[in-house]
Design a protein around this ligand. Structure first.
Ligand code: DOR
Length: 444
């Protein structure tokens, strides 16, 4: 790993890449970058450039904004830390992330949020934002914590103070304030009851039956009911079932958004036979039919964008066997290449991938000046190679957990160069570990 040098104020020129413009057109041209911003798009004089990046044969896209990740720091650094996680981001073309509060300690107060922001300022190679977690007894903190993309509620699938599964407490959270509420929607009472029913079973495939489609649907219905009652901005995290997608298709209030993960689009319960507990996550993988309905909902705009729910656990933890194995799989390093491979195969367009993984996320979370290649916008950019096919290899992974559910999958669209705030953080397999991202600001 080579450390490269660069200054945020140097004049950088990306020459003759195929540039995805905001109107969806792709044009072979130059992009100038200075002071962290895109300063001009169009054929440029290279005489005064401090650095030239040859973009010929490559495609320039806005950097990915991943709005749901678990980066494990503080407290769970044996699985991942902000250094390894953001190296994985840089390699995967992810230039900004929104992280969840289930660290140790949790992120449930201003002091804990401030501490996490300070850690990220020291260590994160890409831009960062942190959700404030609802505990049921931190209502005032939930309203005031700043800067934060919103409130995270685990309605189910969680232990400890971050589990909020009582309707009266949920109602109180929805009633107070107006900032975005993001829900992990699974019904804890149903999960509890089904855990008892299936007790003693050790096939990981049982996970999808214990935390079944109905468990997800019940919680999503409750969140939608509360959101309607108070007209409260609601975001439904990792939608996983056909039933939830159909519910939203029929009646989705304009103040509600939803996301889906690549794994709920591309993997299903068949994966248990192949990779065992590595396929175990919450909400669980579903059927091929659910994959198809979620894809259609995404293509039709019922689902607004994509998040990875990057949730690394060590191989030793996963080897404990079901039900002692923890739920979650890594994702930031492979998400863009996975989706660009889908575009290559004709399942969607390149433009849709960028809309789902960058533009729409910036809009939904009111993050200014990101998600487009446009003069004046932040120079968070990724040059991808749409012509070469390379497999997902364990030895190339940067995530500390050291595995991927997609090992062996042959993908096209891998990032070649990634820029964060105008600085080259990743270049043909090498990282500049001196680059630091910035704290994201949320306008509403
Ligand atoms: O599978 C999951 N793992 N889903 C979550 O919501 C949490 C995550 C984790 O933190 O491991």
């Amino acid at each position: 790993m080579v450390v490269m040098t660069g200054s945020p104020d140097s004049f950088l020129l990306i020459q003759q890449a195929d540039v995805l413009l905001p109107d969806g057109h792709i044009q072979q041209t130059d992009v100038q970058v200075q002071g962290g911003k895109i300063t001009a798009i169009g054929t440029a004089d290279a005489t005064h450039a401090d650095r030239i990046i040859d973009g010929q044969g490559l495609t320039l896209l806005p950097g990915v904004i991943d709005p749901q990740v678990h980066f494990r720091e503080p407290g769970l650094e044996h699985k991942e830390d902000l250094g390894t996680a953001t190296r994985a981001c840089a390699r995967g073309g992810v230039t900004s992330f929104l992280e969840m509060p289930n660290t140790k300690p949790t992120t449930a107060s201003q002091a804990q949020l401030t501490a996490k922001l300070a850690l990220a300022a020291q260590k994160a190679l890409v831009n960062y934002g942190f959700f404030i977690g609802a505990t049921g007894h931190n209502l005032d903190e939930l309203q005031q914590a700043h800067p934060s993309p919103g409130i995270k509620i685990f309605m189910g699938s969680m232990q400890g103070e971050l589990l909020v599964d009582e309707e009266t407490i949920l109602d109180a959270i929805f009633a107070q304030g107006d900032r975005l509420i993001a829900v992990h929607a699974e019904d804890q009472a149903r999960i509890r009851e089904r855990r008892q029913r299936f007790a003693g079973q050790t096939d990981p495939a049982i996970h999808s039956q214990i935390q079944d489609n109905q468990a997800a649907l019940l919680a999503t219905q409750l969140a939608l009911r509360l959101s309607r009652k108070y007209q409260r901005r609601l975001h439904i995290l990792h939608l996983s079932t056909a039933e939830e997608a159909e519910l939203l298709r029929q009646d989705k209030p304009p103040w509600v958004t939803a996301e889906v993960t690549p794994q709920h689009l591309l993997l299903n319960t068949d994966a248990y036979a192949q990779i065992g507990t590595l396929a175990q996550m919450n909400p669980p993988l579903r059927s091929h039919h659910d994959n198809e309905v979620l894809w259609q909902a995404l293509l039709d705009g019922v689902i607004d964008f994509i998040a990875t729910d990057h949730a690394p656990h060590t191989l030793a933890e996963k080897a404990k066997g079901y039900p002692d194995s923890p739920s979650g799989m890594p994702g930031v390093e492979t998400s863009l290449a996975l989706m660009l491979t889908q575009a290559h195969q004709g399942r969607c367009s390149l433009q849709q991938v960028v809309q789902w993984m960058s533009t729409a996320v910036a809009q939904a979370y009111s993050i200014a000046d990101k998600g487009r290649i446009q003069t004046g916008y932040d120079a968070d950019l990724v040059l991808v190679d749409l012509n070469t096919k390379t497999p997902v290899l364990r030895e190339a992974l940067q995530t500390k957990c050291g595995w991927s559910p997609y090992e062996g999958w042959v993908l096209t669209g891998w990032p070649v160069v990634t820029l964060v705030g105008g600085q080259v953080v990743y270049d043909h397999g090498q990282f500049d570990l001196s680059v630091r991202g910035q704290a994201l600001q949320f306008q509403s």
